[in-house]
Structure formats: C-alpha cells, structure tokens
Design a protein around this ligand. Structure first.
Ligand code: GLU
Length: 553
C-alpha cells in the first residue's frame, strides 16, 4: 500500500516537471527494430560540431564503416550538439564535408546543416529535447531519477568537504543531498522557480564489481556506478551519458565505437540501460592516436599538431585512400600482410576484426603515412593522377591549376614511367609536391650545378650531342648515341670500363647523361630521360639545349 502511494507521488513529480511529453511506449513503437539481416551491425559516428574533425574521428569512421559493410548493416551520422557553448556556425556541414573528403558518406543521419535522411531521427541531439524529457520522465516516475537543486556554491562546498576528508568527489551516498527530498518539497521548489537538474538515483554500490565487455579489450572489471549523475542539465538538454543511452537505444546501435576516454563511464551507462530495461550495446572503445615528441608519447592534440585535424591531409593533398589505409594499418596489425598479398584489392575487402586491434595507443608516424601514400599513388594511372591533382590544385594552388590546363600534355607528363610499367615511379606522396616535381616540364631551367664537370666541358658535350640528337630515335639508338658522344669526348662508354681504368677517361657515360639531363631539366635526378625528351618534344628539347649553351659561360 505504502509503496503504491510513493509511486503515485513520483508520477505527480514527473508530471510537474514534464507535463507535456509523450510516454516512452510511443517512441518504442515509433522506432521499430531495423529490418536487417542477422548479425548486421548498426554503427554511428557521433561528433560534436566544434569546427573540425579529429584524426581519431576518422579512425572511428573507418571502423564504423567496415563493421557496417562487412555485415550488411547501417552506418549513420548523429550530431551531438547539446553543449551549446561549444557549437559553431555550419559545424554540421563542416563535419559532413570533412568525412566526405575521405569518401565516408553515412547511410543515414544528417546530410546537411539542417537536413537528414533515415527513419530513426532527429539525428541532431538539440532537436531531440522532447524525447530525452520523455525518457527522463519515465525514470522519475520509476523513482530512478529526481530533481536536484544544488547551487554551484553547494556543489563546491560538498567537494571541499569530500576533499578535506580524503573521499571521492561527486554525488553519491550521503552526499547526494537532494536524493531524499520529499516529493512535496521538490514540487514546491519547482513551482517556486528554483533551478534544478535531473539526476539518476543510483542504486549501484562502489564495493560491488561489474564486468564490462569491450570488443577491443575483452572483459574489464569496474566498481559499479554509485554516482547520482546529472542526466538533464538546468537548460533542459541532456548530458552525454543520458543522450548516449537514449539515442543508441532508439537508433538501434549495435556497436558503439568511441574513444577510450569513455571507458570509465561505461558502468554509469550500463546502470542507465538497466534502469530502462534496455539491451546494452556492444562497446568498442578505441585507443587514442599518440604522437611521439622528445622520446615521450602523448595524445595527438588539436592545439599543438596540425595533423590532428583531418582537413590537414586534404589541404596537403595526401590522397584520402592513403590516409585511410595508413589508419587501417594502425587499427589491425594484420592489414599490412593482407595488403602485401593483395596489392591491388580495395581496402574494403579486408575483414576488420576488433579483437585484433591494439589496446595501447598507436603512435602516428607521418613518414610511414607518406610511404603508404607513395605506394598508393604509384598504383594510380596518369588519368587518375591528373584528376586528383587538378581537383586539389583548383582549390589550393592556382599556378599548378594553370599549368594543368593543357590536359593532353599533363597526361603525358604524369604518364612518364607510370602507365604500363611493371615498376611505376614512386616519387610522389602528396599533391602538394607535384608542382616542384614536374615544374621543369613546363619551365626551362636557368641555373645548372655541374658538380665534377666544368661548364666548358658540359658545353662541349651538349654541342656534340645536338649534332646527333634525333627525336625519332628509339630508346636503344638514343642511348647508343649518348655512348658515342661519351666516347668521342673522352668519357668511357660503360661505367665498368671506367672503373677498371679511371685514369684513362674524363669520366663515364653517366656523367655525360647527367649533363644532358641538367641541360634539359636543371636537375641531376629525374625519371626516365628518354621519356622526358619524348614528352618535351623535338622543338623544346632543341630550344633547351640552345638556351643552355647561351647561359653557361
Ligand atoms: N560526442 C561524443 C564525442 O565527441 C561522442 C562519443 C561517442 O561516440 O559516443 O566524444
């Protein structure tokens, strides 16, 4: 009898706090189970719109996308904008664009600042206020949540007392001051206009343990949650913990992929799922990406490291495949072996296994990333390189974009040692390197660094070579002619010959071709010189030789 009366009281209290909300059955019916194959994973990326996407967010997208794709599931984008102070203008668009640059187009969720697709929305938390209120009301009715009127001063006082006594801080046990306020008193204070938050009435005990299963780390044991955590703030918006439970339940998330900073909150989340009688989703709490500095490892940080923001990779022109593939290397150590065995397969064919993921944070290694990138670019055709470089240049480098306007010529430049080659050139790791890499194909060199050979001898070599150069020669004849010039000018035809008797020669055929290379490109190292001369064309080659002879004294 007494019990029944108490429940009635809680109902009254709930009605005073949230008079006009639907009951939770309404939402349970509205968001029916998803019609997906057995074992299908529903995953989500749930960033806050703070103006940038962290590399760790991209890392989560790769995992989310792979889990959903591997199982015929769904990957959706939810925007967690309940912290109104951190919100920035167009923050949602920025997130959508930042991940779209890496080809992540969620199946469902926000698709622009204000639009969304999918049957489980709204996908922006600030628009789910009444849903959170309905669920908070339910907990209040059940006696599992209550209004707490503690002022900032009171909270501070409690904290000080706890610290002075060497106790854990927070609202638990006797410290949860408003937990046992009578319903009448609570209603009176609310009617009086006092500010309040809604707290969980925890029934956990610190001296009891629970086991949390994490798909990355296995079982982790924790003390139960005993904190009367805030669920709804004074502004009526939920805190992360509450929104996580309500949203991931209603949106039918099967695996929550999130950063490891949330691990310590899982006992609270489990208590909340249990309070509602909801199934707890699987958790994959992924390690942070670290940076090594002065021999020490630390979290990669937005403030200190430009590479913490995913837009950095886009601006630098590191192909998105390379960034994702590099991160996949970090995520699953078996990926590297798979890639070696399957050099041309799409990364999506690799089966990601969370249990094989490392648990200590992986150190971000830019050198390794650029190496992965080099190998990926080496697999692109000239046409692909052209398209990527042009898109990048249109946005970030006008001068390069202008150079690329003659597409036919640019394709030939990018095709040097690329198409139909068993061993394609590997001298590009990002689009921002392209201009310097190809500029000599557009602009005649004006300075020459000969090293061993004197300018005078270099001139003699070019004067001699001009006489025999013929654009229509095939590669063999072309090279034989260089050897002929070498011999005629006192250089060994073959390197071996020179090495046996260095005194007898001015140098060897390599020195002669270096002079020709320098005269044409201003560089000592370039891809295949025969191909370069074919692409430059007869007139340009001849003009470059003439200009060389004019410049060199
Ligand atoms: N909005 C939370 C964050 O940005 C999401 C955590 C989660 O994925 O659950 O950290």
């Amino acid at each position: 009898m007494v019990e029944k009366e108490v429940i009635m009281d809680y109902k009254d209290l709930a009605n005073v706090i949230y008079p006009d909300v639907k009951d939770i059955e309404y939402y349970e019916k509205k968001y029916m189970p998803r019609n997906l194959p057995e074992g299908a994973e529903v995953t989500r990326f749930a960033p806050s719109p703070t103006g940038f996407v962290h590399i760790g967010g991209l890392y989560q997208c790769i995992i989310n996308r792979a889990l959903a794709n591997q199982t015929g599931g769904v990957f959706y984008l939810r925007i967690e904008d309940t912290d109104q102070k951190r919100k920035i203008e167009n923050g949602v668009e920025q997130i959508i664009q930042a991940i779209a640059n890496f080809d992540f187009i969620p199946d469902e969720g926000m698709i622009s600042e204000t639009e969304e697709k999918g049957d489980y929305g709204p996908y922006k938390q600030s628009e789910r206020r009444e849903i959170y209120h309905a669920f908070a009301k339910y907990l209040i009715e059940q006696g599992r949540a209550y209004p707490c009127f503690a002022t900032p001063d009171e909270i501070e006082e409690i904290r000080k007392k706890q610290e002075a006594a060497g106790l854990r801080t927070g609202f638990y046990g006797i410290w949860a001051k408003y937990r046992n306020l009578s319903v009448d008193e609570a209603i009176e204070r609310i009617k009086n206009g006092d500010s309040f938050v809604i707290r969980l009435r925890s029934n956990g005990r610190e001296d009891r343990k629970i086991k949390v299963k994490d798909s990355v780390r296995g079982h982790i044991e924790f003390p139960e949650n005993d904190q009367d955590a805030v669920l709804i703030k004074a502004d009526g918006l939920p805190v992360y913990h509450f929104a996580h439970v309500v949203d991931d339940h209603l949106m039918k998330t099967t695996t929550v992929v999130r950063g490891e900073e949330w691990i310590s909150s899982t006992p609270l989340h489990i208590e909340l799922f249990n309070a509602f009688g909801f199934k707890v989703p699987k958790y994959a709490q992924v390690p942070n990406i670290l940076k090594e500095e002065d021999g020490k490892k630390r979290k990669i940080s937005k403030r200190k490291d430009p590479e913490a923001a995913v837009d950095y990779y886009h601006e630098e022109g590191i192909p998105s495949d390379a960034v994702c593939e590099y991160l996949m290397n970090i995520i699953n150590s078996s990926f590297e072996g798979w890639r070696r065995a399957n050099p041309s397969k799409d990364m999506s064919e690799f089966k990601l296994e969370l249990s094989k993921m490392g648990v200590s944070g992986a150190v971000f290694d830019m050198v390794k990333l650029l190496d992965v990138s080099k190998n990926i670019i080496a697999r692109y055709t000239a046409n692909q390189v052209y398209d990527y470089v042009q898109t990048w240049a249109n946005k970030y480098d006008n001068e390069l974009a202008n150079l690329l306007k003659d597409k036919e010529y640019a394709l030939k430049v990018f095709g040097i040692e690329r198409d139909n080659q068993k061993k394609p050139r590997k001298d590009l790791s990002k689009w921002s390197d392209v201009k310097d890499n190809i500029i000599y194909m557009y602009i005649r060199p004006t300075s020459f660094d000969f090293d061993k050979i004197t300018g005078e001898n270099a001139k003699k070599i070019i004067e001699e070579y001009i006489n025999v150069y013929d654009f229509s020669d095939d590669k063999q004849v072309w090279f034989d002619k260089i050897k002929d010039v070498a011999e005629k000018m006192g250089y060994a035809r073959e390197v071996k010959e020179y090495k046996q008797n260095p005194e007898a020669f001015l140098g060897h055929v390599g020195d002669v071709s270096t002079v020709i290379r320098l005269a044409l490109t201003g560089r000592r190292n370039t891809p295949d010189m025969y191909e370069i001369m074919q692409v430059l064309g007869k007139d340009e080659v001849e003009s470059r030789f003439k200009s060389f002879l004019d410049i060199v004294k």
